[in-house]
Design a protein around this ligand. Structure first.
Ligand SMILES: [Zn+2]
Length: 237
């Protein structure tokens, strides 16, 4: 079962809730539909409306399981509030994140099960993935761009499901990275993102519901980072 609201209700971008704790520049909310960041993905951004005005939520700091929503204001806030998640930012990050799964799927297929050693999705429409690839030609990696864009255009449905952690760990290829694998949820299950006909892997981030919702991507750079590591940089076109 999902334990995060942004997993169970990914379309909820506006919500009302209470501030349950506050300090200058940050608040804890009774309920929050924001993505807190993590696993290489930047957090959501949002606008918070309170009795005395508005403040921007610029990020989330998770401290001992509590989500401190960071504000651009040092005011100490309390009471009932309305939050509107930045839909454009969420969409940009979800496009890049879904596209990173497609890139990962083709690297995994074409390069004999190469594992992910790192990933990052940025707020400026760019991302990168690092793969453990000792002896491969960087031009072959650049050449994946066309296949990735064909898969985006093909309109594969993207769905989330939950598996017991041990089952997910035992299934070949589902958990591809110690660095970006999501932690099990409170009931011991792990979230699998399934791009129908293309890819399935454990992930806790935000995604599209169909690959065709993404703009095409460009592979902007392939770099050698150490003897085994290839870093693939990409951007929305
Ligand atoms: Zn993901």
């Amino acid at each position: 079962m999902p334990s995060y609201l942004y997993h169970s209700d990914p379309d909820t971008l506006v919500f009302e809730t209470e501030i349950v704790d506050s300090r200058p520049g940050a608040v804890v909310l009774e309920r929050s539909w924001l993505h807190p960041g993590g696993g290489g993905q930047v957090s959501d951004r949002a606008m918070l409306r309170h009795a005395g005005g508005t403040a921007r939520i610029t990020g989330i700091a998770v401290e001992e399981g509590r989500w401190w929503h960071l504000l651009d204001s040092e005011d100490r806030l309390d009471g009932r509030i309305e939050v509107g998640i930045d839909a454009e930012h969420r969409s940009l990050v979800s496009q890049l994140h879904t596209d990173s799964h497609i890139l990962n799927a083709f690297v995994f297929r074409r390069f004999e099960g190469a594992l992910v050693t790192g990933a990052q999705i940025n707020a400026d429409g760019t991302g990168r993935m690092d793969f453990d690839l000792p002896d491969f030609d960087n031009d072959r990696l650049r050449g994946l761009e066309e296949e990735i864009n064909a898969a985006i255009r093909a309109g594969h449905p993207v769905e989330a499901r939950y598996l017991p952690f041990e089952e997910a760990r035992a299934a070949p290829g589902l958990i591809r990275s110690a660095a970006v694998a999501p932690p099990p949820t409170a009931d011991g299950t792990v979230r699998i993102i399934d791009i129908s006909g293309l890819d399935a892997q454990a992930c806790g981030g935000t995604h599209l519901t169909n690959t065709a919702q993404s703009r095409p991507i460009r592979i902007t750079k392939v770099e050698n980072k150490g003897r085994h590591n290839r870093r693939v940089r990409f951007a929305l076109d």
